[in-house]
Design a protein around this ligand. Structure first.
Ligand code: NAD
Ligand code: IPM
Ligand code: MN
Length: 352
C-alpha cells in the first residue's frame, strides 16, 4: 500500500499530518508513505509547483493523499507557475477525471448547518464532478478587441467521450446507492451543456433502474439549500461542480467536513488508483494557527481505504470515529467550537 503524501501549502500540512496519524493508528500491514513537495512550497524549493519528482512519486503510488495548495504571495506569478497548477496538473497527468464529493449531515448534528435543521436533515448526496475537462482545461488567454480594449477569454468544451465516461460513473453511483440522478447543466445557454444533456440522456437508456432528471445549474444551487433532500447523485461538469460542492459543504456545516476522491481508470491490486483531498483550499487566513478542521482530510483518507485499497470496514471505522467526535461536542472554530487541529485529530484517533 504505497501512498504518496503531498501536504502542500497553508493548512495543507496541518490537516494532512492528522490524516496520516489516523492511517498510522490503524496499523495497516504494508503501509508505505512517501512525502513530496507540491504547490507554493515546491515552487520556492524547486522553482516549480509540480516538480517531476513529485509527479513520479504520485504516479508510482497506489494512492495520493493531498492537502491543499495556494498562496496569496503567488497570485501574480505567471499562470503556469501558480500553486493551483499543481493540483490541476496532477489530475490531468494521472487521468483522474471522476471527482466524488459526498455531502451529508451527520445524524444529530443538523444544528451545525446554517440551514434550518429540518432542511439540513435531508442532505445526503454525492456530487460527481468531471475533473479533467471543461473551461478549466480549454485554451485561454488575453487579447485586445478591435476597439483596443483588453479582453480575457477561456474556451469551454466537452467531447462526447468525456461526457459519456463521467456519466457512467454517476449512473453506477446512483444505481449502487438506489438514489435518483440529477444532471446539472446550463443547456438553455451553452452548446457545451446541450451536448452534455444529449449524451447523458442517451446513456440513461443503459440504466433503466436509475431515475434521471436534468436541472439548470442556477436552479440546482437554489434547490440545494431549499430542498436538498431531492438530490441523491448530482452529475456536473468541472466548473459547476466546483461551485456547487463548496455550497454543499456550507450546507452541511463547514467546508472543513467535505472529503473527495478523484479517480481514473487505472486499477491497483485492491481497487482504483486515486487522489484524495479535502475540497477546501490552503485557507491562508488561518494557516499556521493550529485552527484548521482536519476532518475533511481524515474523511478523505477513509475514502482512500475504500476506493484504492478495498478496506471498506476500516474506512467505516474512521467515518464512525469522526461522527462520534462531532457528537461528543469536539468541534473546531469552523463549527462554533474551540478545539484545534491537533486536539480534533487526537479525539478521532481515540475513538477509532
Ligand atoms: P479556502 O477553502 O482555502 O478557504 C475558504 C474559507 O474556509 C476560509 O475562511 C478558510 O479559513 C475556511 N476553511 C477552509 N478550510 C478549512 C478548514 N479545514 N477548517 C476551518 N476552516 C477552513 O478557499 P480560498 O480562501 O478561496 O482559497 C485559498 C487558497 O486555496 C487559494 O490560493 C485557492 O486557489 C486555493 N485552493 C486550493 C484548493 C486545493 O488545493 N484543492 C481548493 C480550493 C482553493
Ligand atoms: C477544488 C479547488 C480547485 C478547483 C482549484 C484550486 C484549482 O477549488 O479542488 O475545488 O477549482 O478544482
Ligand atoms: Mn473548489
Amino acid at each position: 500500500m504505497k501512498i504518496a503524501v503531498l501536504p502542500g501549502d497553508g493548512i495543507g500540512p496541518e490537516v494532512t499530518a492528522e490524516a496520516v496519524a489516523v492511517l498510522e493508528a490503524l496499523a495497516l500491514p504494508g503501509l508505505v508513505l512517501g512525502h513530496g513537495d507540491v504547490g507554493a512550497s515546491a515552487w520556492r524549493r524547486h522553482g516549480h509547483p509540480l516538480p517531476e519528482a513529485t509527479l513520479a512519486l504520485a504516479a508510482e503510488a497506489d494512492a495520493v493523499l493531498f492537502g491543499a495548495v495556494g498562496d496569496p504571495a503567488c497570485d501574480s506569478l505567471e499562470r503556469h507557475l501558480r500553486p493551483e497548477q499543481a493540483i490541476l496538473g496532477l489530475r490531468k497527468h494521472l487521468g483522474l477525471f471522476a471527482n466524488l464529493r459526498p455531502a451529508r449531515v451527520f445524524a444529530g448534528l443538523e444544528a451545525l448547518s446554517p440551514l434550518r435543521p429540518e432542511i439540513a436533515a435531508g442532505i445526503d448526496l454525492i456530487i460527481v464532478r468531471e475533473l479533467t475537462g471543461d473551461v478549466y482545461f480549454g485554451a485561454k488567454g488575453q487579447r485586445t478587441t478591435p476597439e483596443g480594449a483588453r479582453e480575457g477569454w477561456d474556451a469551454m468544451s466537452y467531447s462526447e467521450p468525456e461526457v459519456a465516461r463521467i456519466a457512467h460513473v454517476a449512473f453506477r453511483a446512483a444505481a449502487a446507492a438506489g438514489r435518483p440522478l440529477t444532471s446539472i447543466d446550463k443547456a438553455n445557454v451553452l452548446e457545451t451543456s446541450q451536448l452534455w444533456r444529449e449524451v447523458v440522456s442517451r446513456i440513461a437508456g443503459e440504466y433503466p433502474a436509475v431515475a434521471l432528471d436534468h436541472m439548470y445549474v442556477d436552479n440546482a444551487a437554489m434547490q440545494l439549500v431549499s430542498h436538498p433532500e431531492r438530490f441523491g447523485v448530482m452529475l456536473t461538469g468541472n466548473l459547476f461542480g466546483d461551485i456547487l460542492s463548496d455550497l454543499a459543504s456550507a450546507a452541511v456545516g463547514s467546508i472543513g467536513l467535505l472529503p473527495s476522491a478523484s479517480l481514473g481508470e487505472r486499477q491497483t491490486a485492491h481497487g482504483t488508483f486515486g487522489l484524495y483531498e479535502p475540497i477546501h483550499g490552503s485557507a491562508p487566513d488561518i494557516a499556521g494557527k493550529g485552527k484548521a478542521n482536519p476532518m475533511a482530510t481524515i474523511l478523505s483518507a477513509a475514502m482512500m481505504l475504500r476506493h484504492s485499497f478495498g478496506l471498506a470496514d476500516e474506512a467505516a471505522r474512521i467515518e464512525a470515529a469522526v461522527a462520534r467526535t462531532l457528537a461528543d461536542g469536539i468541534r473546531g472554530a469552523d463549527l462554533g467550537g474551540e478545539h484545534g487541529t491537533a486536539a480534533i485529530g487526537a479525539a478521532v484517533r481515540a475513538r477509532l
